[in-house]
Design a protein around this ligand. Structure first.
Ligand code: PGA
Length: 248
């Protein structure tokens, strides 16, 4: 059975005090839900603070991005080896903000994905269509294209995650309906299954895009939705705890 994973993407928010309060609030709940995992994705500079805070709590640590090269003269970049050293287990690859604001290409994303795997990190490949794509009826084609790079080397998806985040739902307060999300999740699993059935069955696929305490349970109840990648609501301590502990 796939675990339920609730990941908090803090983006460029949060500080040391917030990190401590969040970990304190989550710690007492995490052990009461053995098949649930909680991942916190702070900024790079807060990773080591978080790594200390989460020790012994069962909470996992992840980064929001990673360099596409191993090491060297790349001012401002952070490598997969560095993330591993500081205690990260997960790393987001190709979040829509990275794709649109920082123009990350499919080739770069594939490099990042490979480096993450090489350093024993669990990559979370983010995919999702824009509103225009959805209105044109090309959602599946867009998702398929975003998956293509890793599909050609299917073993990369062994011990990895996919996050389906419709761009029109990120930070907008508009959530995909459970059925809309389930349809895309099922499509992703089916597509991957044509390459490797076992990998597709084991792969956790998270939904992201305005997940909050009121919609989390109905989304997570869908067969192919294995948890959430939560942005805005992961900055509200009580709400994030509610999402993690929601009754499905
Ligand atoms: P949101 O962000 O929950 O604020 O929509 C989700 C994300 O960008 O991962």
């Amino acid at each position: 059975m796939r675990p339920l994973i609730v990941a908090g993407n803090w983006k460029m928010n949060g500080d040391g005090a917030f990190a401590a309060d969040m970990v304190h609030a989550l710690a007492s709940h995490i052990n009461q839900h053995p098949n649930r995992q909680c991942v916190l994705l702070p900024s790079f500079v807060h990773l080591s603070t978080l790594a200390e805070l989460i020790e012994g709590t069962g909470i996992q640590l992840g980064a929001q991005n990673v360099a596409a090269t191993e090491k060297g003269a790349f001012t401002g970049e952070v490598s997969a080896a560095m993330l591993q050293e500081v205690g990260c287990r997960y790393v987001l690859i190709g979040h829509s903000e990275r794709r649109s604001l920082f123009h990350e290409s499919e080739e770069q994303l594939l490099q990042k994905f490979k480096l993450a795997k090489a350093h024993n990190l669990i990559p979370v490949l983010c995919v999702g269509e824009t509103l225009e794509d959805r209105e044109q009826g090309i959602t599946q084609q867009v998702i398929e294209k975003q998956l293509e790079a890793v599909l050609n080397d299917i073993a990369l998806l062994d011990n990895a995650l996919v996050a389906y985040e419709p761009v029109w739902a990120i930070g907008t307060g508009k959530t995909a309906t459970p059925q809309e999300a389930q349809d895309v999740h099922a499509f992703i699993r089916e597509k991957i299954g044509t390459y490797d059935k076992a990998i597709a069955e084991a792969l956790p696929i998270l939904y992201g895009g305005s997940v909050n305490a009121s919609n989390a349970a109905t989304l997570f109840a869908e067969t192919d939705i294995d948890g959430g990648l939560v942005g805005g609501a992961s900055l509200k301590i009580d709400e994030f705890v509610e999402i993690l502990t929601c009754t499905i």
